[in-house]
Design a protein around this ligand. Structure first.
Ligand SMILES: [Zn+2]
Length: 79
């Protein structure tokens, strides 16, 4: 299933980065434009990344930032 822009826009937003400490993409390591970063939740059981509310709470490893292109590639919608 293809991830839509609407699904990516609906991901949680985190913005605690600074110019000195910018977020980098968890996939390719590229420095991200924080406003455009997409946050995906990782499962420590599968080590894969998912859209919000897909990973059961006890399996969550937390959220990681991605560029939009990488987020579309790695995000899963079904656990
Ligand atoms: Zn990337």
């Amino acid at each position: 299933m293809t991830i839509t822009k609407q699904q990516l826009d609906a991901q949680p937003k985190f913005n605690n980065s600074t110019d000195e400490d910018p977020y980098t993409c968890a996939c390719c390591g590229k420095v991200l434009n924080t406003a455009k970063a997409v946050w995906l939740e990782q499962s420590h059981v599968t080590n894969k990344f998912y859209l919000k509310d897909v990973v059961p709470e006890q399996d969550s490893q937390g959220y990681f930032a991605f560029g939009i292109t990488c987020a579309k590639k790695v995000a899963l919608t079904v656990y």
